[in-house]
Design a protein. Structure first.
Length: 196
């Protein structure tokens, strides 16, 4: 095989890997950490609510990698499936989609959110959808704050708007932008090593 053919084959392989990886990264992925130390000795619900109007683009969220002091008690309304011990899925096919997990507060809670949002993949019309995370007491009233501690607003044709109550929650994109830089630097070093 000539040098040009080898180079072309490598280029095609690289291009196919990049094109194959693009759909995998179409979902938005976030890591959420919630500090409930201010609520030590209190129990309540860690509540996930996905709301969308009837003309909202389809949205599927998957929550996984839960860490915290959770109990066996939970409730689910609307289009929800699974639980915190495997993968919890919530979709916006109904008007009200909610999952509440009874939790012993006082420590750190963490989990990952993957949002498969067709609204951000080219659709520019229709209503948005909002994923809200809150701490609730047994009567389903806000606990420790006056509102949701994490909100992710998904709007057609625009980037998601992510907000968190800094007193309780932090949210970060996964992989973080620095991870992409590190990956690129590693690939560059591998390429240089092969050349030398």
């Amino acid at each position: 095989m000539s040098m040009l053919n080898k180079l072309t084959a490598r280029l095609l392989l690289t291009l196919s890997l990049v094109c194959g990886a693009a759909p995998v990264m179409a979902a938005e992925v976030y890591h959420v950490t919630i500090d409930t130390s201010a609520l030590a000795g209190t129990d309540g619900y860690l509540d996930f609510l996905l709301l969308g109007l009837s003309n909202a683009a389809p949205v599927q969220t998957q929550l996984s990698n839960f860490s915290g002091d959770y109990t066996a008690s939970s409730f689910a309304l609307g289009d929800t499936s699974g639980d915190i011990h495997s993968v919890l899925s919530i979709a916006n096919s109904g008007a009200w989609n909610e999952y509440g997990q009874w939790t012993h507060f006082g420590g750190t809670l963490s989990f990952d959110i993957s949002i498969n949002n067709s609204a951000s993949s080219g659709a520019s019309s229709g209503a948005g959808t909002t994923l809200s995370i809150a701490l609730l007491d047994a009567g389903l009233y806000y606990l420790g704050s006056s509102g949701d501690i994490v909100t992710i607003a998904l709007q057609p044709g625009s980037a998601s708007i992510v907000s968190a109550d800094g007193a309780y929650a932090t949210i970060s994109a996964v992989p973080e932008p620095a991870a992409w830089l590190l990956l690129g630097a590693g690939l560059l070093l591998i390429g240089l090593r092969r050349r030398l």
